[in-house]
Write a protein that binds this ligand. Structure first.
Ligand code: ADP
Length: 746
């Protein structure tokens, strides 16, 4: 082909000028020749004419190109050529603008080849030219587009950067450079890991790695610790691209961060406050079509109604099913009333809960009509069972007081704890010998009259009640009367009103004159003391002569006496021994409570010791004694408690038929305020008519020849139990055994 072009085509063209014309006409490029030695021989291919639409003459004129070249480029073209002329370059090339006949601009690409004579002298240029206006236009358009995108990226308020798979920065827009905290241009082609040495541990870097590996988009929000110590917070969209990744970054403005922190703090505060609210907050919505739900309930709802928010979010069925059937109608009426008047819904009602059973609930909420016609109540519920009971009790006790006061002429007081004003009823004043107007309504009227020795404990009792340590305030103290004497007064009271913080603000009570009762009590105490003294002294003093009788009758038994004499002596001896037993028991009975101090007693070991002490009796009667209660320690008078158990166990063994092997079962229960014990036997049993009698001194149900005994045992037991603020009682049936119960206060 090359060969053909060089020689054959050349030969052909020489022979036939049409071939030459054909090639020139068909060529994309125009050809020109400039003979430097004969400038008039300047030759320009008509192509230029076609391109610029000038006719042949206009084109072929010497130096005609100077006229049609865009005059702004003329100097450039001449300089360019001169430069070529003076250089040693073989070719030259330029794009210059020409003016089309119609005035428009045409870009022409001109290339030239240096022509030399045999001596190497520069004699001319042969060149080609082509219209590159379209290419130029295209180029300009591409550049424009390129500039547009570049400018847009630079102007963007978003950071935009391209990072290659080796973590090298390929492109960073202006905003990213601003974020970067480095001078513009300093990051480009640098490795991210070099510029930010700590970046590898950050969430952002992990996300970038993930995008590179998985080729999936990632959206992150992260904090970035810059090497200069500043901290920025950014939202990033990381997009995989061919060379690596593109990251769009948006800095979360400090304002928004602060707002978020504030919001979180507010939320935390609100949550803390909610925890302090005694009840649970809720919203209840009733739609016009009758559907209802609880769109919001606070956590405590679960504690109060045993329901989780999701149980009631869409329907109220779960709430209504737990409402006490007797209260349902009242609740519905209240809701209706609240709807009709848009008035506060405030109601106390009962629920029956799956685990807590019956509870009293108070619900208070404010209704609000919504745009869709539904009603939204916002409020709270609270468990008021305890308060309700207390209220109920107070109501009852006020009623009781009223009733009692009318009959008993007791005094009443009503104390305002805020102002310390007190209403004293005329009865109280009269009790002390004053007329109504002689005592005013101030607290000191009372406190200055209380006996100084009693005031301290009295105020302590008042305070204990005000601090809710006691259910009822109660104190007996002496109060000074008008005539200078003191009266014993039973003072009882209760707080009936508290403020919203739970601080008592009102207390009411009664004064009962106990002077007469106190007198009788004192007499009784005295008499009892005297009796005990008498029993002690007499039993103590009788022991001595009895011992003498017993020793003498033993001596006499050894004498040679007649049968009658012998029997009489034996009778004297056994009677004296019995009498000795009596006196011993009586002495013990009178000594109950005179022991010094209560001690800690382990009931299990007490019973074990008793079993040892009673081993003869147990063996003889083949008895079994079992303690089936929990290990219990009580604080009590030890000697008395031992005797108490002993008497009851011995009775259980003793009062059985000969055929029965006694089985004694001892049990215990711990109550809030006391311990309860039971001693159960399989003996002969007791007729219920005799239950009271057997606790009286010397009262026996059997003859001595049936069962030995003094009739003091159970009365001793009763005295011991009383000493420990307890009670003693029994359950029994003839022939079915008995169970004795007693309690010992804690
Ligand atoms: P005693 O010394 O007679 O046993 P107590 O005061 O202990 O005196 O008992 C009074 C009476 O109660 C007894 O005489 C007996 O009749 C009856 N009694 C006491 N304990 C029992 C018992 N566990 N089973 C049947 N009767 C009993």
């Amino acid at each position: 082909m090359d060969q053909f072009l060089k020689f054959d085509l050349f030969e052909l063209a020489k022979k036939d000028s049409r071939i030459n014309d054909f090639i020139l006409e068909g060529s994309l490029y125009g050809i020109w020749h400039w003979d430097l030695e004969n400038p008039e021989k300047h030759w320009m291919h008509p192509k230029l004419g076609y391109i610029l639409e000038y006719n042949k003459e206009e084109i072929q004129k010497n130096n005609s190109w100077r006229n049609i070249i865009n005059q702004n480029d003329l100097k450039f073209a001449i300089d360019n050529f001169k430069h070529f002329q003076n250089s040693s370059l073989e070719t030259y090339e330029q794009i210059v603008r020409y003016t089309h006949k119609n005035g428009s601009i045409v870009h022409l690409l001109t290339k030239g080849l240096r022509l030399k004579d045999d001596n190497g002298k520069f004699i001319g240029v042969i060149g080609i030219l082509n219209n590159v206006t379209e290419i130029k236009k295209l180029e300009a358009e591409i550049k424009k587009k390129d500039d547009f995108w570049r400018e847009t990226l630079e102007k963007m308020d978003f950071g935009f950067q391209i990072i290659d798979n080796e973590f090298k920065y390929i492109y960073l827009n202006k905003k990213t450079e601003e974020f970067s905290k480095y001078p513009p241009g300093s990051l480009i082609r640098k490795k991210m890991t070099e510029m930010y040495p700590n970046i590898e541990t950050t969430d952002l870097f992990h996300a970038i790695k993930k995008v590179i590996e998985k080729k999936e988009i990632e959206i992150t929000t992260n904090e970035f610790n810059f090497p200069n110590g500043e901290i920025g917070r950014f939202n990033n969209i990381i997009q995989p691209i061919e060379q690596g990744i593109a990251i769009f970054t948006h800095e979360v403005p400090l304002k928004i961060i602060m707002k978020n922190i504030e919001l979180k703090e507010k939320k935390d505060q609100l949550y803390k406050l909610l925890q302090q609210v005694p009840g649970a907050l809720y919203q209840y919505r009733l739609y016009p079509d009758g559907k209802d739900c609880y769109p919001y309930v606070s956590e405590k709802f679960w504690e109060i109604l045993e329901l989780q928010p999701y149980n009631i979010k869409e329907s109220s069925t779960n709430i209504f099913k737990d409402i006490h059937p007797d209260d349902l109608e009242r609740i519905n009426a209240s809701i209706q009333n609240s709807i009709n008047n848009l008035s506060v819904f405030d109601i106390k009602y009962r629920v029956v809960l799956p685990t807590k059973g019956e509870r009293w609930i108070q619900a208070i909420s404010q209704p609000e009509k919504m745009e869709d016609g539904s009603i939204l109540w916002s409020g709270y519920i609270k468990d008021i069972t305890e308060n309700h009971q207390a209220e109920q009790e107070l109501e009852n006790s006020i009623l009781r007081w009223k009733f009692a006061l009318e009959g008993a002429n007791d005094g009443v007081w009503d104390w305002n704890l805020i102002t310390n004003e007190v209403y004293f009823s005329p009865q109280w004043k009269a009790m002390l010998g004053f007329k109504d107007h002689e005592i005013t309504g101030s607290l000191t009227e009372w406190s200055t009259r209380v006996h100084p020795d009693d005031l301290k404990t009295c105020l302590e009792d008042v305070n204990n009640h005000l601090e809710s340590k006691t259910e009822i305030y109660s104190n007996i103290h002496r109060v000074l009367c008008k005539d200078g004497t003191y009266k014993w007064i039973l003072d009882r009271g209760k707080v009936i009103e508290k403020n919203e913080k739970g601080k008592p603000i009102r207390m009411v009570g009664t004064h009962t004159d106990l002077t007469e009762r106190k007198k009788i009590e004192n007499i009784l105490i005295e008499k009892n003391k005297e009796l005990e003294q008498f029993a002690y002294i007499s039993s103590h003093d009788l022991q001595e002569p009895l011992n003498t009788i017993i020793s003498f009758s033993q001596l006499l038994k050894e004498e040679n006496l007649s049968d009658i004499g012998q029997k009489s002596i034996e009778a004297i001896e056994s009677s004296s021994r019995r009498m000795k037993e009596f006196i011993k028991s009586l002495l013990e009975y009178s000594k109950v409570g005179t022991h010094s101090k209560k001690t800690n007693i382990d009931i299990e070991s007490l019973i074990e010791n008793l079993k040892k002490d009673l081993s003869d009796l147990i063996q003889k009667k083949e008895a079994t004694i079992q303690y089936i209660g929990q290990p219990i320690h009580i604080n009590a008078y030890e000697q008395e408690i031992i005797k108490l158990f002993q008497n009851l166990i011995v009775n259980g063994i003793k009062y059985t038929s000969d055929e029965t092997k006694p089985l004694i079962i001892i049990d215990s229960i711990e109550h809030k305020k006391n311990y309860q014990f039971s001693i159960k036997d399989n003996g002969i049993g007791i007729d219920s008519k005799q239950f009271d009698k057997i606790f009286e001194v010397f009262q026996r149900l059997h003859r001595r020849d049936q069962y030995e005994g003094t009739g003091i045992g159970l009365s001793y037991c009763k005295k011991v139990v009383n000493l420990h603020d307890g009670k003693i009682w029994l359950e029994s049936e003839i022939g079915k055994g008995s169970t004795f119960y007693f309690t010992i206060a804690k």
